[in-house]
Design a binder for this molecule. Structure first.
Ligand code: SAM
Length: 296
């Protein structure tokens, strides 16, 4: 296996690589494309160390940029897939790693392209796609991820039940992964510096909960959290009414647990409990008619 080079020893070496690469491409970073490159060597080292990459790992990197993080992943993993949507950067990455047999550059929008099979994901995400990428990752099978988000976005994973930030994102993240807030990262660690702080978060898949719950739990959460400030009784009653199940509405609604609670005050366990209760009460066929997003 070809090893490209050692990871960054100093931040000045890393900064020089980033600036030289941008010069070579005659390109400047665009804010709207989420092009903020890490120029702090200790942050890259931290991310790579946290991922604990072994020669058995296939790593996915979303948003390769100039390959400043990719280089460190390539040195440790069996294989690295790098997704990059900007064709100038994707071309640059392909050239840079052309002699490495363990790198494949995927040119395309990470929200739309099919993810390859991977064991770990290490990425400084373009912040404008944080939400769709997080949900996409939660639907994939992998061992561990170390991801950089906008700090404010990352804090939503850890939002308290009943707080304004408690959302579908919080529920799904905690249902499907053990997530940990690892580190706050200052704007000066990037070029160009963003206006806000960032945060590194790790995600470890909770295999057992995922296999215990049917995948339509996701649809159920999406539906009821689109009315998250509403009282559970009226949310469920409206869903049943909209689908023409008036009789069922009278039968189900009054027997619901947590009847008078607002959706965003329900804990993960209570939501699972509620899902199982309604599913058992109305049966499989009606369930998919009312709660499956595919049939809407
Ligand atoms: N990996 C580099 C680093 O760690 O410094 C660059 C990270 S930079 C925050 C995000 C990168 O994602 C940019 O190179 C940008 O062009 C790319 N990008 C933006 N939107 C994307 C998308 N939808 N799909 C894939 N890559 C995207």
């Amino acid at each position: 296996m070809v090893r490209v080079m050692e990871c960054w020893k100093t931040s000045s070496e890393l900064r020089k690589y980033v600036f030289d690469s941008l010069d070579e491409m005659e390109s400047k970073p665009y804010y709207r494309k989420g092009q903020n490159f890490l120029i702090n060597a200790s942050i890259i080292k931290f991310q790579v160390d946290q991922a604990n990459i072994t020669p058995l790992d296939t790593v996915l990197e979303i948003g390769g940029g100039v390959g400043n993080l990719t280089k460190c992943l390539v040195n440790k993993a069996k294989f690295v897939y790098v997704i990059e949507s900007d064709s100038k950067f994707a071309g640059f990455l392909s050239d840079k790693f052309s002699s490495s047999s363990n790198v494949e550059v995927i040119r395309g929008d990470a929200v739309k392209v099919e993810f390859p099979t991977f064991t770990k994901c290490v990425s400084n995400l373009p912040y404008q796609i944080s939400s769709p990428i997080t949900f996409k990752l939660l639907g994939k099978k992998f061992d561990f991820a170390v991801l950089m988000f906008q700090k404010e976005f990352a804090q939503r994973f850890f939002a308290k039940v009943g707080s304004k930030d408690y959302s579908r994102l919080t529920v799904m993240m905690n249902l499907k992964s053990e997530c940990q807030y690892l580190k706050t990262v200052k704007p000066s660690s990037f070029y160009p510096s963003p206006k806000i702080e960032s945060a590194i978060v790790s995600m470890k898949r909770k295999e057992k909960t995922i296999t215990d719950l049917k995948s339509d739990f996701d649809d159920f959460i999406t539906l009821i959290f689109s009315h998250k400030k509403k009282i559970l009784r009226s949310t469920i009653a409206n869903l049943l009414k909209r689908k023409g199940h008036i009789e069922l509405r009278n039968k189900v609604v009054n027997s619901l647990p947590y009847l008078e609670r607002r959706i965003f005050t329900l804990t993960l366990e209570e939501l699972v409990d509620l899902y199982k209760f309604i599913r058992a009460k109305i049966g499989e066929d009606l369930w998919s008619d009312i709660f499956s997003l595919n049939t809407r």
